[in-house]
Design a protein around this ligand. Sequence first.
Ligand code: ATP
Ligand code: MG
Length: 567
Amino acid sequence: MPTDAKEPSGPSNFIRQIIQADLKRGKYEGRVVTRFPPEPNGYLHIGHAKSICLNFGFAEEFGGTCHLRFDDTNPSKENVTYVESIKEDVRWLGFDWDAHLYFSSDYFDRLYEYAISLIKLGKAYVDSLAPEEIRAYRGTLTEPGKESPYRQRSVEENLDLFQRMAAGEFEEGECVLRAKIDMAAANIIMRDPTLYRIRKRSHHRTNDKWCIYPMYDFAHCLSDSIERITHSICTLEFENNRELYDWILDTLGIYHPQQIEFARLNLSYTVLSKRKLIELVDGGFVDGWDDPRMPTISGFRRRGYTPGAIRNFCDRIGVAKRDSMVDLALLEHCIREDLNKHAPRFMGVLRPLRVVIENYPAGETESLEAINNPEDERMGTRLIPFSRELYIEREDFMEDPPKKFFRLAPGREVRLRYAYFITCTGIVRDENGEIAELRCTYDPATRGGDAPDGRKVKSTLHWVSADHAVNGEVRLYNHLFTVENPAAAEDFKAVLNPDSLEILGKAKLEPALAGLGIGEPCQFERLGYFCKDLKYSTADQPVFNRVVTLRDQWAKIKKQQKADKKQ
Ligand code: ATP
Ligand code: MG
């Protein structure tokens, strides 16, 4: 397959094959129209991103269109801020719905008319059983349901009652409109499902016009039909609902899209259910929906993940018919892969240890040239100041090093990146006996980081000039949960990782980092990828989020899998 931009980058999959087959035999006159139908009751998460990439991706791939449709049939939960955040997130991911922005609530009049049509066809009735009775009459997987005594109401009576429901003459729970299908159906969803219920609540778009609201199963297939969707892609839990989707459209004899189910994304060390995410936010376990540890799109954006990397991840995981768990390490691998190509490098010291170069003249400063990105020559070089007093990482020094520790130690010589070889000649302690500062000498002949006599050192350290350093805060993130599948825990909040956020308040950063834009990812050499936090960074004090470490767990896992296969 040619590597055209419009070609799929992931492996082919069963949904693509269905679309291709439909196009081939001219079903839907060669059109491809998909939709992404979020309920505006929370922020989007990485699971939604998968659905967005599929729906918008197929539309793009086959020259079709993808609609953004807010499934706002439930008046009690919707919130206008969610609508705006969802739009922003879809756009940020790189997709565009053009003129195709819809709301299920825009169809309330037409849905009402369709309900009237079903009543007239003798296929829907107003039931006056109490909600508990309706539940009890439904039966179980092994026992058929029981017919409601109101099931035989006449068309006239049903029309009258339904109109009075809409006029507000009944209270919530007093009656509902149900489809008249089969109380003995093997598929419980088909046992006279509720189509409309009374909710005396204001709706964020239709205000107080309605006091009856359609159920998801009724509104969804009809909205798809009204918009002339061709392929209605949804997650597996709707597999049993397809029979009802088809029944409603066929009974009304109207345009009929094809519902196709795929397995939802599950990600290790993550919960992806809005209900659970809301609990984390409301319980104050995280710093809002956009906490950089949250699997929400807004959290990822704040964390410094890039839309391209997220899209690439969604392509790579593909689509399946069976539920599975995707390793969070793969997502991080995709982020790293993208940032490695594009992120400029800098030096930053997270836990600083002062170093005085005793043979370097006091008050003098020189500029040393550093490469901005070894992966991309076009990104050029920059100058970094060097002076007598520097900071290195505290963990890069050991007074009494074990055998495998090659970094700085008393009497040992190491390289300072882009600068000089230095040798540790002494330790200065504070009143508690803790190491407060190191004394070192440098070799002026090693400027740039190479010795003319060819002598080697075993390690290279990052550093920052003390007088020039920018003070900053750095936030390190780890998995939000301690177990791979927190959703399976009895209480997912009991397996939250107490060490998921570590705040380092005394970081010393290369001066050029002061000029880096908010949210622009960069690499701190040897430490990982970072970006300035858009919520807490100020002009005086940058706050950096660690996007991802440099350690590629995914590559390790892959290597292990290969080795296991060979055995
Ligand atoms: P949640 O389970 O998080 O509450 P939802 O399914 O209720 O999500 P909706 O707003 O109804 O959220 O979802 C919009 C679309 O996103 C639906 O088509 C849904 O199937 C899809 N979607 C939601 N979660 C996932 C997921 N984990 N993987 C893939 N698609 C998902
Ligand atoms: Mg839903």
